[in-house]
Design a protein around this ligand. Structure first.
Ligand SMILES: Cc1ncc(COP(=O)(O)O)c(C=O)c1O
Length: 297
């Protein structure tokens, strides 16, 4: 993926904060939100080798899946346009009267949008449905929802390697927001430990999904999964979370959003206050981007 305007390695920024000093721990933020203005955060990492395969196979068309506010659709539309690829987005739910800013951006980048019912969308991994999509759209390269495939892992490992070089050692654990679990799986596959924060309700399934993504790999890190910081479910939030995001911006100059990174950092600071991390811990929290989905207030 050769997109101009990227920043690599992304900065590693230490959070200077009384609560962390009191707990005797260090927290660094891996600023992957800064990697590229349009293909941001974990999307850059996860799509790099997927899109390289598309290029190497000389293919010209990709199809993928997402909701109306999907960071993944946004990133695929942008990367596809920059690479001269035709892109198709299968969008969950009926076509709204007014499309989200995310979908408008995707169209602007040339993505063809195909709206399917929520019931149909649930079939997005079913072989029969994939065959019918392949026929309908003339054999595109299919990228699963969130870009989560085995090819997502090596790009995420590059982020881990950057951190090791920047810190001069590996941190005790990486904190990351988890939707499909692909990013957490990539970090684990490098041998690093992960504390993953499920952003959706009932996120315990993520443990199995992450295990499946990393099965057969040796030298895996250990996974801890937090399922209590979903704020009611995927893309749900409350005033407390929005206040936390505002406060975080004032303290550290780092913008979070309410669907992924806000929940992860909220959970991280809550655990710090509860004495969860042993003194002396060095933690790297990954800013996985997604700011295009920031709630406009
Ligand atoms: C900004 C952001 N952070 C985190 C995630 C979660 O990543 P994963 O689906 O790899 O668990 C996503 C998801 O898709 C995302 O858009």
């Amino acid at each position: 993926m050769d997109l101009s305007g990227h920043l690599l390695p992304t900065p590693l920024q230490e959070l200077l904060d009384d609560r962390l000093v009191k707990a005797g721990i260090q927290v660094f933020v891996k600023r992957d939100d800064l990697v590229h203005p349009e293909v941001s955060g974990n999307k850059w990492r996860k799509l790099k080798y997927v899109l390289r395969e598309v290029e190497e196979r000389g293919l010209s068309k990709v199809l993928t899946f997402g909701g109306a506010y999907s960071n993944h659709l946004y990133a695929v539309a942008a990367a596809g346009s920059a690479m001269g690829l035709e892109t198709i987005g299968i969008v969950r739910g009926e076509q709204p009267v007014e499309e989200s800013a995310t979908l408008q951006f995707c169209r602007h980048k040339g993505m063809q949008l195909d709206f399917v019912s929520r019931e149909q969308y649930k079939q997005r991994q079913a072989p029969d449905y994939l065959v019918s999509l392949s026929e309908e759209f003339d054999n595109p390269y299919m990228i699963p929802e969130g870009g989560t495939t085995a090819l997502a892992l090596p790009g995420v490992r590059e982020m881990v390697a950057e951190v090791a070089a920047q810190l001069g050692k590996s941190p005790d654990c990486f904190c990351v927001a988890a939707g499909t679990g692909g990013t957490a799986a990539g970090i684990l596959s490098s041998g690093a430990n992960v504390l993953a924060f499920a952003v959706l309700k009932g996120g315990r399934f993520l443990r199995d999904d992450i295990a499946a993504l990393t099965s057969g790999l040796s030298n895996k890190g250990s996974l801890k999964l937090q399922t209590d910081y979903h704020f009611g479910g995927y893309a749900k939030w409350n005033a407390e979370l929005l206040t936390f995001i505002d406060d975080f911006k004032i303290r550290f100059g780092i913008q979070l959003e309410q669907v992924y990174t806000g929940k992860m950092f909220f959970g991280l600071f809550d655990l710090v206050q509860k004495g969860y991390f042993p003194r002396g811990s060095v933690i790297v929290a990954v800013h996985t981007g997604g700011l295009q989905g920031l709630l406009r207030r």
